[in-house]
Design a protein around this ligand. Structure first.
Ligand SMILES: [Zn+2]
Ligand SMILES: [Zn+2]
Length: 920
């Protein structure tokens, strides 16, 4: 092969061709027969939005670097891809696209529309992933909406139900009024808002004994039971509340037992303004005496604390809010209003009826739905739960046994586990999701579960195989569906093909890569569920990636206009440049997108290509090809010092890069490779071997050794770079007449014999000397290939050791710099300044000598400049034309000459601590 066949410019448009070839050859296929050590990646299943964004790119690039690295290290890598399909966003999109509401069509029809949309989106995203060169084994793809996956999710439900870890219960749940579904605590986000703290007078209510007896068992007195209205203006207890619209659900007023302001009122009743029920004043140590007035109304349910108090004090429940976030009949005159409107109206009414004493602005930590940002409400619902609180300690222990990267991220999971008060609500009142596999007997209400072999089922369509114990054969199918985290939290089990035979060989996964925003959901739920189902932790290692910000440093968002799509980058600079950008970071840290960085990667690839192209004419020529067929050890025996130096460098780079890949420190990987290729190899080594490639009087063995070195260094460097820039690496590698893909090649061996710090250090000193002289040549506008007569290096006591080094490398130094005579001496060069030209300075001579100036000029021009210089040196002045001239009257051009009398240039190398004398 000759260089003629290698295009002048590297064309990233070839990337597509390689991607197709790799897929055709199935080079990423997981074998799983145990002949190689297995490496299992629990790839995150993204939500199929139909669009891969920069955050995905970063996350998947890390996974792909790792997968490719492990393959090169000889492992059998399982890099699967899943899709987490279910959820509200798809339902909303379908409603928009078809301009319908979900209830306009049958459940089955609606689900079909969701499935179609999801399939389409997955197809698009697969294409995008391929374009970036991600190396998933697509034969192991899983899709959570398929019957196969539903079966796994439902089976996991049955198993945990039978273990007593899933139960149905009436319990307060976080409710999103917009999504009209219960959500888990992990899905509640908190944001700071400004709101008003309203000070409302609850007037005293003197409830007669006989009424209290009658309502025995009730924790409050309904207005209907005792409608005697209190006077709004009589001070009772002042309540400070941010949610006056919930007053109709107030069932008690609570104060701190040590609060002297209210001691005498404990056990007495006050009247709730507007709604009129009479509630008792009770004590609880949880009350914050400093907040508001120190007296709090307990509503069912304003927040989590209300829920705790209602349970603790066995208070009654008033359901004042509906599932749609509308006030119910219990809210009396506010029935049918939306919460915001009801709040406004309540405040107005409190004012006009004389209850409101003052308002002040306060900050409020408001819980909202993580998907739609609607403020959540707390409702009491019959729901299904996973008994998380039973498994906190086990989950924390499993987390401790995992290797967290970066380490500090583990505290997010541990803190979350410690804050857990409620079980995980897993039922959702939606459609596009895995059905809860449960029926209820129509007669006795018993919960009936399907047989395992019956799965997957849709309880609204399918029927139990046997009648109920009570004899009844009619059943009501559960209409609620499962939280999508119930699907995705068994991902490592699905990857292992659980529960089919052999799954134990592929479980736990070696690594779970994921974002830090889903530690308390995905990481926590997976840990807990896999523990429950297998008794094992789900993965050995968990690596957390950062988020991607826009170029302006803000989170990428359409409204900010700072979104850059991966396709934009790939079209202009190729996928490898995008991947090089992603590599320039470490897990756990957020990264800003940066075009400058993309262009830098693009430039590096082209630098590498040009170097390759330049040397290709030597490393692929007949002599080279022939030599490679012969005795490699003989070639190696003829390596010259510079060859040994670059091999030692490469060996060290190999070690650093190997460790950095292992530590997921991709920034170190790419910076180390770049520094090596760009500087050590292209700038130094190639320059230093050129003379051996071109000179006819070089011995064949030396030339062949140089070609062998060039070829080996390029080939090995490609293998180090292949996980990061797979397309470029493949393209170049194929010129080496390799039958196989570089992605089937093994990691270059680290040669312990080459591990010589001394070789490296000595070579670096020589490189520094060469650089010093080369910089001088370039500054003096002497072309690099124009010879210089002499270069003399002067060493002192401290630098005496360099003598051996420079002598050892003398051939390379001389030949690279085109030095005719290279000497190493001690001491300092013998040099002096020599005046070579003297011109009169008219601006000084004119004014001083006036009409005699001509005489002075004549003298200067006619006298030998050596004579003038000597006279000035001796006396400091020369008498002439009734005056004296000094150096000030002359423009003197001097140069430095050496012992031989020839002009010399003196270079001082601070790095080496030496003086270099150059004679041109
Ligand atoms: Zn919502
Ligand atoms: Zn029954």
């Amino acid at each position: 092969m000759t260089n003629k066949e290698i295009p002048k410019d590297y064309d990233h448009k070839n990337e597509e061709k390689w991607q197709e070839k790799w897929e055709e050859d199935e080079i990423y296929k997981f074998i799983g027969d145990g002949t190689k050590p297995r490496y299992i990646i629990d790839t995150p299943p993204p939500y199929p939005t139909g669009l891969l964004h920069m955050g995905h790119i970063l996350n998947w690039a890390y996974m792909d670097f790792n997968a490719r690295y492990r393959r090169e290290k000889g492992m059998d890598v399982l890099f699967p891809q899943g899709w987490d399909c279910h959820g509200l966003p798809t339902e909303v999109k379908v409603e928009e696209t078809h301009n319908i509401k979900k209830n306009d069509v049958t459940r089955a029809e609606f689900r079909d529309m969701c499935t179609d949309l999801t399939s389409h989106n997955i197809e698009v995203m697969r294409g995008q992933m391929r374009a970036v060169g991600f190396s998933q084994d697509w034969s192991r793809e899983y899709i959570t909406m398929t019957p196969e996956y539903r079966r796994r999710t439902q089976l996991s439900f049955l198993k945990m139900y039978n273990q007593g870890l899933i139960y149905q219960g009436i319990h307060p749940v976080n409710w999103c009024p917009r999504c009209e579904t219960a959500i888990a605590f992990a899905e509640v986000e908190y944001s700071n808002n400004n709101t008003f703290l309203n000070y409302v007078n609850f007037p005293p209510a003197d409830v007669p004994e006989e009424v209290l007896v009658n309502v025995d068992g009730n924790s409050y007195v309904r207005y209907d039971d005792y409608s005697d209205k209190a006077d709004a203006s009589v001070p009772g207890v002042l309540i400070a509340t941010t949610r006056p619209e919930l007053m109709s659900a107030c069932v008690a007023v609570v104060v701190h037992p040590d609060d002297e302001r209210y001691n005498s009122l404990l056990g007495k009743y006050v009247e709730v303004p507007l709604s009129g029920q009479k509630v008792k004043i009770i004590a609880d140590e949880e009350v914050d005496m400093e907040y508001g007035t120190g007296a709090v109304m307990i509503c069912t349910f304003g927040d989590k604390t209300d829920v705790a108090w209602v349970n603790k004090h066995d208070l009654d429940v008033i359901e004042a809010i509906s599932e749609e976030g509308i006030l119910t009949e219990a809210a009396g005159r506010y029935e049918g209003m939306e919460l915001q409107d009801a709040k406004k109206q309540t405040i107005e009414d409190l004012k006009s009826e004389g209850y409101l004493t003052k308002q002040e602005e306060v900050d409020q930590n408001l819980g909202q739905c993580w998907r739609c940002k609607t403020p959540i409400e707390i409702l009491v619902k019959k729901q299904w739960f996973v008994a998380v609180t039973k498994m906190i300690d086990e989950s924390k222990k499993a987390s401790n046994e995992m290797h967290w990267v970066p380490e500090h991220m583990e505290s997010r999971l541990l803190n979350w586990a410690d804050s857990m008060e409620w079980d995980w609500c897993i039922s959702r009142q939606r459609l596009f999701a895995t059905p809860i596999p449960v029926w209820y007997c129509k007669d006795c209400g018993k919960v009936i579960l399907p047989k395992e072999e019956q799965l997957p089922i849709d309880p609204t369509v399918d029927k139990p195989l046997e009648p109920c114990e009570c004899g009844c054969s009619e059943f009501i199918g559960e209409e609620d569906v499962l939280d999508t985290w119930m699907d995705s939290s068994i991902s490592p089990l699905s990857v292992a093909d659980w529960p089919n035979p052999g799954w134990e060989n592929i479980f736990p996964s070696n690594i779970r890569p994921q974002g830090h925003d889903i530690i308390r959901t995905w990481a926590f739920y997976t840990t807990l569920r896999c523990l429950a189902l297998t008794g094992l932790k789900p993965f050995d290692e968990i690596v957390i990636n950062g988020m991607v910000f826009g170029e302006d440093g803000y989170k990428m968002s359409k409204s900010r206009g700072n979104v850059t799509g991966p396709e934009e980058v790939i079209a202009e600079y190729g996928a490898d440049s995008l991947r090089l950008w992603a590599a320039n970071s470490v897990p756990g840290s957020d990264v800003a997108f940066d075009w400058k960085n993309i262009k830098h990667g693009y430039k590096f690839i082209r630098k590498f290509w040009n170097a390759f192209r330049f040397i290709s004419m030597h490393i692929f020529d007949d002599e080279s090809e022939e030599a490679l067929k012969g005795d490699i050890d003989a070639i190696k025996a003829n390596l010259n010092p510079m060859d040994t130096w670059i091999f030692a460098k490469l060996n060290k780079v190999n070690k650093i890069v190997d460790q950095a890949f292992f530590d997921y420190n991709y920034a170190t990987v790419i910076n180390t490779i770049e520094q090596f290729i760009w500087h050590d190899f292209c700038d130094e080594y190639i320059e230093a071997v050129k003379y051996r490639l071109y000179n006819d009087d070089i011995e064949d063995t030396s030339r062949i050794a140089a070609k062998y070195t060039l070829r080996t260094v390029i080939e090995d460097s490609l293998k180090l770079l292949a996980p990061i820039a797979p397309f470029f690496a493949e393209e170049v590698y194929q010129y080496f007449a390799n039958e196989d893909s570089i992605h089937n090649a093994l990691w270059p061996e680290i040669d312990p014999n080459l591990d010589s710090t001394k070789v490296e250090e000595d070579g670096d000193l020589v490189i520094e000397l060469i650089g010093e002289v080369r910089r001088f040549k370039s500054a003096s506008k002497i072309p690099l290939n124009v010879p210089v007569a002499n270069v003399n290096v002067y060493l002192n006591e401290k630098t005496q050791d360099l003598k051996d080094v420079f002598e050892f490398y003398a051939d390379d130094i001389k030949s690279t710099l085109k030095i005719q005579d290279f000497q190493i001496d001690s001491g300092k060069p013998e040099v002096y300044e020599k005046v070579i030209e003297i011109e009169p300075d008219m601006s000084k001579i004119g004014p001083s000598f006036k009409k005699n100036a001509g005489q002075v000029i004549e003298f200067i021009k006619s006298t030998n400049c050596d004579d003038i210089a000597r006279q000035l040196e001796e006396k400091g002045e020369i008498a002439i034309a009734d005056g004296v001239i000094t150096e000030d009257f002359l423009n003197m051009k001097k140069e430095i000459v050496g012992a031989s009398g020839k002009k010399v240039d003196i270079l001082q190398s601070e790095k080496l601590g030496i003086i270099v004398e150059v004679i041109r």
